[in-house]
Ligand binder design. Structure first.
Ligand SMILES: [Mg+2]
Length: 306
């Protein structure tokens, strides 16, 4: 299943790192109405908590008992898992020098002590809003606008990452390339609007055919799609490819002028990884797809490396 289609709505989670219990109480009183809060008092706990990836924003005291907030912030910003989480410093040392130091360490803003609840409320809300906009933009950049599937760039990233991961543990990975048979003819016959609707249905059929949480399918371009199936050998890929083909056929989308069938069909080529780099994999799957086209369409063909 494509995780992008399942992105669940949840409350925004904020990590509060502050060792003064009176200030902890004030922050909790103001922010717990809108946010899920976790309150801790040391820099080490902050690093441990942030490693879970559960937080959208962090309020970070500069003066902590075990290390200063700047050090914590620098560590968060040097780690790809936590780099994007905005850090707002809490400090009583409200000097220009500290502000510069905080911004240099990667902080996005400052809230001075004693804390004014209205300022706290306004700044935190603003930064949460900005964070959500940035997240939405970066998600949009990863998705195909028409089908909601991952786009080609995301596919390239995921294939590369999964390929490396599976190569390390000596596991297989299969990819399936497939496209809509006679799609140009479909568009010429019914128009581009119905053509788009058709592609959306094909995307849905492909997602429904996937069997494991790590499986994904992307729009490769035009009427061409590609699925990545980690830890899957040729028989497993064949089963998914046939399921995609059957799901599409079951939709019974009319395609009167198609020489292949009276409804929309897909051709698929799949290939397991055998010690080849990802680019070879894509090329081999493409060759298998070409074989499927050449031998009559509306079928899946297992590729080989030759
Ligand atoms: Mg302190």
């Amino acid at each position: 299943m494509n995780p992008d289609l399942l992105a669940a709505k949840r409350r925004t989670a904020i990590l509060i790192v502050e060792d003064d219990t009176a200030i902890q109480a004030l922050l909790t009183a103001v922010l717990s109405v809108n946010y899920d809060l976790t309150v801790i008092g040391t820099g080490q706990e902050a690093l441990n908590q942030m490693a879970t990836g559960a937080f959208d924003l962090i309020l970070l005291d500069v003066g902590l008992p075990d290390m200063d907030g700047f050090t914590v912030c620098r560590q968060l910003k040097s780690d790809t898992r936590t780099r994007e989480v905005p850090v707002i410093f809490l400090t009583s040392r409200n000097s220009a020098q500290d502000e510069v130091k905080g911004l240099e360490a990667g902080g996005i803003d400052y809230i001075a002590k004693p804390i004014n609840p209205a300022i706290l409320w306004a700044r935190v809300n603003k930064h949460v809003e900005l964070k959500h906009s940035r997240d939405a933009l970066s998600q949009m950049a990863r998705l195909d606008g028409l089908t909601g599937l991952s786009n080609r760039r995301t596919f390239d990233d995921i294939l590369d990452r999964e390929w490396r991961r599976l190569a390390r543990v000596g596991q297989h990975l299969s990819i399936i390339m497939f496209d809509v048979d006679h799609f140009k003819l479909y568009n010429d016959t019914y128009g581009h609007g119905p053509g788009d609707v058709c592609l959306k249905k094909i995307a849905r059929c492909a997602v429904d055919a996937l069997q494991r949480p790590a499986d994904m399918v992307a729009r490769y371009g035009g009427e061409e799609f590609v699925a990545v199936l980690p830890d899957t050998q040729v028989a497993g890929a064949e089963a998914v490819a046939q399921a995609i083909r059957e799901n599409v056929a079951a939709q019974n989308i009319p395609h009167e002028k198609s020489p292949t069938a009276k409804h929309v069909t897909v051709s698929l080529g799949h290939i397991p990884k055998i010690g080849r780099p990802p680019t070879d994999l894509v090329t081999a799957a493409d060759h298998a797809l070409y074989e499927a086209k050449k031998t009559g369409r509306d079928r899946a063909v297992a590729g080989t490396f030759e």
